[in-house]
Design a protein around this ligand. Structure first.
Ligand code: HEC
Length: 117
């Protein structure tokens, strides 16, 4: 009796694990095509306030790319803005600082943002 119940549970657990694995696989379409910068954008808290093609709390990244297109110090300006926080360019809502993201990661994110125009 005990043994049979145990086997049933083991089978159920195994099926659950298989289902979970399948979900994880399906949720990564075209993974290789996503740039490092975009992955970092999704991994950090940026998605709470930003989207690529529409305003959320902060400006859309396409708008940022357009505004800074052709500016010689665009990348450094944006790295500083994300790192130290920023307010005033897009309105009166401030972006909080992100002191824990490395400069290399910030550069990846900013290069990706500037490529979106
Ligand atoms: C709590 C909301 C919030 C979060 C989280 C957030 N931002 Fe922002 N972001 C804003 C707001 C609001 C602005 C507009 C600031 C301004 O007007 O100067 C902004 C502006 C920006 C700008 C333009 C800066 C400029 O000088 O014009 C960039 C680039 C940016 N965010 C990238 C990011 C990235 C990358 C992340 C994640 C690491 C992030 N943001 C997380 C709210 C947020």
């Amino acid at each position: 009796m005990q043994g049979a119940r145990w086997n049933g549970m083991t089978a159920a657990l195994a099926m659950g694990a298989v289902a979970l694995f399948a979900i994880v696989l399906v949720n990564q379409p075209g993974r290789a095509a996503v740039s490092a910068g975009e992955q970092l954008f999704q991994k950090n808290d940026c998605t709470t306030c930003h989207a690529v093609d529409h305003k959320v709390v902060g400006p859309s990244f396409q708008d940022v790319a357009k505004k800074f297109a052709g500016q010689p110090n665009a990348a450094q300006t944006l790295v500083d803005a994300i790192k130290k926080g920023h307010v005033g360019t897009w309105g009166q809502v401030p972006m909080p600082p992100h002191p824990n993201i490395s400069d290399a990661d910030l550069k990846e994110i900013v290069d990706w943002i500037l490529s979106l125009k």
